[in-house]
Design a protein around this ligand. Structure first.
Ligand SMILES: [Mn+2]
Length: 338
């Protein structure tokens, strides 16, 4: 963020505002952690502030301090709408395109509020008045830490804010392992622990929450894994029937896609998850090294994200999606065999 924008935002937040904070649809640890930390921070500044999420989020995130205040646009629609209509400032966190908030897109498009975007995804669109966009950042949570520091308020970071930020950085970096994890990320995390983030607690509450059903679903996913040695690629499929067999709950398939990358010599991993209700196949892409799954997802599967982690979707059947996927890999043979 440039100095001019920092001063303008600082000035804006020095006056009482009606603030709404919005993360992307299907919010993850970084989205929830960053919105909650910013919510706590703005409260310390005496602001009227609410969080509205486009839809529900996984249970393993429903312990972070302040989570019970979060409004779900799908469930608490009239209340959420009224707050957005009254908002003078809207923060959008961990996404950069209003198409990423589903049903909320129309109401945000109509809003006269001042928009502030804080995000680390590629290719931001230009809806925001103030934009802090940096694709080199590990997470939006790391950026919220910076943002608070830019405003000269790092003293205000309390244990509640610290554990929210810690959790988002932890989940978005695969527990500090992805290439976006820098020495600065570790310095921020160290500062958060000093400010009271109970780090072991965050790991336990997020990762040690399996149900027997989820582990059995993971077993099914791993059994379904197909390895395409020619392309250094592994993909997993899960059909709607398989999800139902293991009593699928939202969030159960989180992280499954990463197992492909744990295979020696595999640099590209994909999971295809059938969703008959929405009539789509949800796809997650992961890579190691140079191969850009962001470009791949944008070009072929209506998606995008980061170089090494992206999402997408397909509107044809699971079987047809797989056939299409395998057919286009030929174009990428050289890139996938560095
Ligand atoms: Mn993120």
């Amino acid at each position: 963020m440039n100095l001019e924008d920092i001063n303008a935002v600082s000035n804006l937040l020095s006056k009482p505002q009606n603030i709404v904070i919005v993360p992307h649809k299907n919010p993850d640890g970084d989205a929830i952690g960053s919105t909650l930390a910013l919510w706590h921070y703005l409260k310390t500044k005496g602001q009227k502030v609410h969080i509205v999420v486009p839809n529900d989020y996984p249970k393993f995130l429903k312990w972070m301090p302040g989570h019970e205040q979060i409004l779900n646009f799908e469930k608490e629609n009239s209340q959420a709408k009224a707050l957005i209509e009254e908002a003078t400032v809207i923060f959008t966190l961990d996404f950069n395109h209003l198409g990423r908030i589903g049903q909320m897109e129309a109401i945000l498009n109509d809003s006269q509020a001042t928009f502030i975007m804080i995000d680390h995804h590629q290719a931001p669109s230009d809806y925001a008045h103030y934009m802090y966009s940096d694709v080199s950042m590990s997470s939006t949570c790391e950026m919220i830490y910076n943002f608070i520091e830019f405003l000269g308020d790092d003293e205000k970071i309390n244990p509640e804010m610290a554990i929210c930020l810690y959790t988002g950085i932890m989940t978005d970096t695969g527990s500090f392992k992805y290439t976006s994890t820098t020495s600065r990320t570790h310095r921020v995390v160290a500062a958060l622990i000093d400010k009271g983030a109970e780090n072991t607690k965050a790991h336990n509450l997020v990762y040690d929450t399996n149900t027997p059903n989820r582990l059995h679903l993971l077993g099914c996913a791993l059994k379904n894994m197909v390895i395409l040695e020619e392309y250094n690629t592994a993909y997993i499929t899960l059909s709607q029937d398989e999800l139902e067999t293991y009593g699928y709950q939202k969030g159960d398939t989180e992280g499954f896609v990463n197992y492909g990358l744990t295979l020696h010599g595999i640099f590209f991993a994909v999971i295809f998850i059938e969703n008959k209700e929405e009539g789509i196949v949800k796809i997650s892409f992961r890579s190691e090294g140079e191969f850009s799954v962001n470009e791949f997802a944008r070009k072929h599967f209506n998606g995008g994200g980061h170089t090494n982690a992206a999402g997408g979707r397909s509107d044809v059947s699971l079987q047809e999606t797989i056939e299409y996927f395998v057919s286009i890999l030929k174009e990428y043979k050289a890139q996938l065999n560095p």
